[in-house]
Design a protein around this ligand. Structure first.
Ligand SMILES: Nc1nc2c(ncn2[C@@H]2O[C@H](COP(=O)(O)OP(=O)(O)OP(=O)(O)O)[C@@H](O)[C@H]2O)c(=O)[nH]1
Ligand SMILES: [Mg+2]
Length: 243
């Protein structure tokens, strides 16, 4: 499957209207790791994203897979569906990556390799060597403040809790229990990391440079940010009830 170390790796890319990016990002992933398996979870994009995947699949059926869902059901459930698909097929390293070139596929080999030293490798903008490029002041503020807010409330030492370029061992996802995750938007990224932390997984941060999306429309909304702000508190109280 993947040629990196002992892992059978797959990158899961959720898409909603990413026709302008999807072929380029997959080819860039293969330029970094030629044998890497790729699963696209598409929510019935109106711009033909899934058709592009089907065309590419005829060229590379052995390493490109498509999970088509009926409609836009949210980033969180897209990842859960994609992870479950990959866990059923016994992949041992599962990577999250956006389709819009915000995440640099050149980092894939080192994210996956770092799973030899941890259960979860977090692509982090907020450790030495990490950064954000081309973000306006407000976007930076929301992201920074969001991570700070979440880590203070949840009692975690991770600097980047909201990022979506992360690698997971299959065991860490089994320990978390994906069917109990409830977040949809940004809070999905926070919830998954928090649940890994509560499950006793070892989380490490790997520096990444995050760039603004190259093409296509932003799906970021105040609803998504608001969900995250509230969800952090309910995560905190849920864990109190368990302990
Ligand atoms: N399957 C699926 N994918 C989604 C959904 N919402 C977003 N995505 C994808 O998830 C990834 C991250 O979403 P983005 O829209 O880039 O989110 P963001 O980076 O916070 O915001 P922008 O880049 O400003 O749009 C992208 O590949 C999207 O196409 C969804 O409801 N379903
Ligand atoms: Mg984006």
């Amino acid at each position: 499957m993947s040629e990196t170390s002992k892992f059978q790796a797959i990158v899961v890319i959720p898409t909603y209207n990413e026709a302008m990016n999807i072929e380029g990002i997959i080819r860039a992933a293969w330029a970094a790791m030629p044998k890497l398996h790729v699963l696209v979870v598409d929510d019935n994009s109106k711009d033909g994203t899934a058709d592009i995947i089907r065309r590419m699949q005829s060229e590379h059926p052995e390493k490109l897979f498509l999970l088509s869902r009926a409609g836009k059901l949210g980033l969180g459930t897209a990842y859960i569906a994609g992870f479950n698909w990959a866990l059923e097929r016994k992949y041992s390293a599962l990577v999250e990556m956006d389709a819009d070139f915000s995440h640099d596929p050149k980092e894939l080999p080192s994210l996956i390799r770092s799973l030899q030293d941890a259960d979860v490798v977090i692509g982090s903008r907020y450790v030495v060597g990490g950064s954000t490029e081309n973000w306006n002041f407000f976007r930076k503020l929301i992201s920074r403040a969001g991570s700070f807010y979440a880590r203070s409330i949840l009692g975690m030492t991770i600097n980047d809790l909201t990022g979506g370029f992360n690698a997971w061992t299959a065991e860490s996802l089994h320990k978390i229990g994906l069917n109990t995750i409830r977040s949809e938007g940004y809070s999905f990224q926070i919830e998954l990391k928090y649940r890994a932390f509560l499950a006793g997984c070892k989380l490490i941060e790997h520096p990444i440079v995050f760039s603004e999306r190259r093409e296509g429309q932003s799906k970021m909304s105040s609803k998504i940010v608001f969900e995250a702000l509230l969800r952090v508190w309910s995560l905190r109280f849920q864990s109190n009830r368990k302990s």
